[in-house]
Design a protein around this ligand. Structure first.
Ligand code: 9UX
Length: 72
């Protein structure tokens, strides 16, 4: 079964920022869906826990250059 994680993402200033975060998350294994909302500084990710976890996703967002905190 899949799980959902929501992150607060600090530092995204345009929709291209959100696009690059989404793309990076979707390159990870086990990602079912990723939606990044630049206006609300949030990322919602639906994933399969046998392949990836909350912390790996969080680190991927940080690797793109934004500060990410798991909020849900
Ligand atoms: Mo453009 Mo968004 O360089 O950071 S992608 S502002």
């Amino acid at each position: 079964p899949e799980a959902t994680a929501v992150y607060s993402v600090i530092g995204m200033t345009c929709s291209a920022c959100a696009g690059s975060v989404e793309k990076a998350i979707k390159r990870l294994p086990g990602i079912r869906e990723a939606v990044v909302d630049v206006l609300n500084n949030k990322a919602l990710v639906n994933f399969y826990p046998s392949f990836v976890n909350e912390e790996a996703i969080r680190e991927t967002i940080e690797d793109v250059g934004f500060e990410a905190t798991l909020i849900k």
